[in-house]
Design a protein around this ligand. Sequence first.
Ligand SMILES: Cc1cc2nc3c(=O)[nH]c(=O)nc-3n(C[C@H](O)[C@H](O)[C@H](O)COP(=O)(O)OP(=O)(O)OC[C@H]3O[C@@H](n4cnc5c(N)ncnc54)[C@H](O)[C@@H]3O)c2cc1C
Length: 416
Amino acid sequence: MITPDMATIPRTIPTVLIIGGGFGGVRAASQLSRHSDFDITLISNLSTFAYYPQFYHSATGGSRSESALPLTDVLDGTRVKLIKDVIVAIDPQAHTVTSIDGVTSYHYDELVMALGAVTNYFGIAGLKEFSYGIKSIEDAEEFKLHIHSQLMSEHKPDLNYVVVGGGPTGVELAASLGAYLNRTMAQHNIGGRDYQIELVEAAPRLLPRSSEAVSARVQRKLESLGVKVITGAQVKAETAAALELEGQSIATRTVVWTAGTSVNPFYYANGTHFQLAKGGRVMVSSHLEAGDHVYVIGDNASTPYSGLAQTAVRDADYVAGDIVRSRSGRDRPAYRPVAPVSVFPVGEYWAVAEWRGYHVYGFIGYILRRLADLAGYADIERWSQAVRVWLQDSRQENECTICASAALGAEEASVQ
Ligand SMILES: Cc1cc2nc3c(=O)[nH]c(=O)nc-3n(C[C@H](O)[C@H](O)[C@H](O)COP(=O)(O)OP(=O)(O)OC[C@H]3O[C@@H](n4cnc5c(N)ncnc54)[C@H](O)[C@@H]3O)c2cc1C
């Protein structure tokens, strides 16, 4: 944080300010922290790092600790200063960004913006009000609690669960839901609950960004798990009791919306300083700069593979290197996008891995996914810490069905 007086004190080493404590921000901070010639500060509005790839698991029995990692743990052992704040404005001339309090401003010599995307409801009536989300750990836990309370309820429980969005997140969630419901019912000796899980996708097939062969194989796998797949169906509206699709209505009080994200609203609010591409993402140069000494990385950058953690990590590595090179007067090669490997689970011990037309399914896919998770944790924290979190995430399913029931008990007690 700087005050106007502090702004006049000469700085000896450049200040790199990083906004956003997600994949891009944390990775950029820890990479730069290896160089002693920078003063590095990371500002994030949350005190936890969201490991999104495990959110589906936290929402269906896994624990919070595999998905929400304290930033102090993640950055332990680095030279990064951590500040919890919400940044709402930028002044590129003054080289400052401003906090939501309207008073505090932070100076930068180099700025890395890694704010992540936000949920997009496309203005569809009722969705924001009635649907569940999976874009924050609180969303995931709220959904888990709701499902649990419906299963336990004696009074007209909702047993019709609809996941909207046939991308990897929707597929992962729909596929793991049945196993969670069965486990929960077995643990509580509940029989005879005839639930239904539906997965709705607007495109003609699931996983529109994957090959047709992968889409078809995943659809078969989902159907074998009891998930009803509805493709080519656009959501028109949601009410408290139904999801309205074009030409049909599904009676449900449980809809999870995974079907859309949009650029962080920061860029609209500061639109005079950023140019937005057609899809809404921020235009960046071949060095991922959106202006002088202002880098935009991860989900908001208009690059070929943005929208994936792997891309955010790659962007961060590039930008950390670019800052080091430009500050030391070395040549600066252009950013080169790299096609990501896609590995996502479809039920227990089954996953699909896809890369440049090659695919692997089943248990081997599951092993690859587990290894990808280990690599994912290691991308953002020390290996020892990454291995610890990775090992614990598989042990917690049963424990956390019990967590849900304890939390539900507490909630019911507080209502009475
Ligand atoms: C449920 C789910 C599952 C996913 N699964 C996968 C997967 O399996 N594989 C994969 O490659 N990708 C996956 N993704 C996508 C991946 O998580 C994102 O692409 C990645 O997180 C983008 O990194 P980022 O740094 O751009 O943003 P984020 O990781 O979202 O980080 C943004 C950070 O900025 C903070 N922030 C936002 N606004 C402000 C502000 N104004 N001031 C201060 N801080 C702010 C946020 O709190 C957050 O900490 C998944 C996404 C979701 C939602």
